[in-house]
Design a protein around this ligand. Structure first.
Ligand SMILES: Cc1cc2nc3c(=O)[nH]c(=O)nc-3n(C[C@H](O)[C@H](O)[C@H](O)COP(=O)(O)O)c2cc1C
Length: 329
């Protein structure tokens, strides 16, 4: 497979690799974004942040909206349903150094839907566009929308086109389209034909595709088959930061290199240390438990490793799993 990897733009930001780290609640935090960047991912989005909490100078914002000099370009994602609060949160993120703002109209979690946020907005085009316009007039950085195809699977796509077209006309810099309905959550295949339709309809506007990027190969297939400007790696990049390096290898016609156990151990050790430094010795191991379960799938005996990671409570436990299961012998 030889594919020309074309850079793409989000407003004035040029991104050199068209495969990027998706917004991932609980995972696309500062330590994991930095790790993926070291593996070749040039661009990343934070996990979704509640607009109201971004406005409070508390612990939530300190962790969720943390960024550093190496963490660029970086997009801050917000979720909410009041245009003025979303606009104020967007302004705050720009003040904190985010290069662009992403509006989450896609989250399918019941709590978000009950509170009329996230994916709920896919059924409310007028409100979605009021939010978009309020944010666009409040900030001078690029604004991206994260959309799903529709709210219910059986719905036609009228609301999608209304939001997408209205947002791009109003000045949104890009759309990230998750080609599943909100109702589908994460089940069933994503409809890549829909991604191709969106890209065809909006021609030279920037469209990022989301859904079923399992690995480097499917990332390149999405680019080829749909014509989107970039593929966003979500579940495929969880516990597999090597995906970005593999995209570059595969596009150059090489067989992508699977990380050896020794390589996995070193990366997981560094990731753990970074997480403990970032979250502290109590929360760090808890956060890393989730990652451990994801890293386990690259191990020859994933089930056993998953069980071992689930039991991690203290930093020593993590080191023990690495020594026991990832040592050269
Ligand atoms: C654990 C998890 C957390 C997610 N968190 C977010 C989020 O905070 N913001 C967002 O826009 N999408 C979020 N998503 C959706 C992904 O960005 C992506 O659109 C979706 O997983 C489809 O891609 P995939 O089939 O390749 O996983 C999340 C997905 C997962 C699995």
């Amino acid at each position: 497979m030889t594919v020309t990897l074309k850079p793409f733009r989000i407003g004035d930001i040029e991104v050199r690799l068209p495969v990027v780290l998706a917004a991932l609640a609980g995972y696309s935090d500062l330590p994991y974004r930095l790790l993926c960047r070291r593996m070749g991912a040039p661009f990343a989005t934070t996990e979704m942040m509640l607009d109201r909490y971004v406005l409070l100078a508390g612990k939530y914002r300190k962790i969720m909206a943390a960024t550093t000099d190496e963490d660029h370009p970086v997009v801050g994602q917000i979720i909410g349903n009041e245009p003025d609060v979303m606009a104020s949160a967007a302004v705050e993120l720009c003040r904190m150094g985010f290069d662009a703002v992403d509006l989450n109209f896609a989250c399918p979690v019941n709590k978000a839907l009950r509170r009329r946020r996230g994916g709920f907005l896919m059924s409310q085009p007028r409100l979605a566009l009021d939010i978009t316009r309020a944010v666009l007039s409040a900030v001078d950085r690029p604004v991206v929308l994260k959309l799903r195809r529709n709210f219910r699977r059986a719905d036609d796509d009228t609301d999608f086109w209304q939001i997408a077209e209205g947002a791009l006309d109003a000045g949104a810099a890009a759309l990230t389209v998750h080609a599943r309905s909100v109702e589908q959550k994460y089940a069933g295949p994503a409809d890549w034909q829909f991604l191709a339709d969106v890209k065809r309809r909006f021609g030279d506007r920037t469209i990022l595709g989301s859904g079923d990027v399992h690995d480097a190969r499917s990332a390149l297939e999405m680019l080829e088959r749909t014509g989107v400007d970039a593929a966003t790696a979500a579940r495929g990049a969880l516990g597999n930061p090597w995906l970005f390096r593999q995209v570059i290898e595969l596009a150059a016609g090489q067989e992508p290199r699977a990380p050896t156990l020794a390589e996995q151990r070193e990366v997981m050790r560094a990731h753990f240390d970074a997480a403990v430094e970032f979250y502290g010795p109590l929360k760090g191991p808890k956060v890393m438990r989730g990652f451990g379960i994801r890293y386990a799938r690259l191990h020859p005996t994933p089930k056993k490793i998953r069980v071992a990671f689930v039991e991690v409570k203290r930093p020593d436990d993590w080191q023990r799993v690495l020594e026991e299961f990832y040592s050269p012998q």
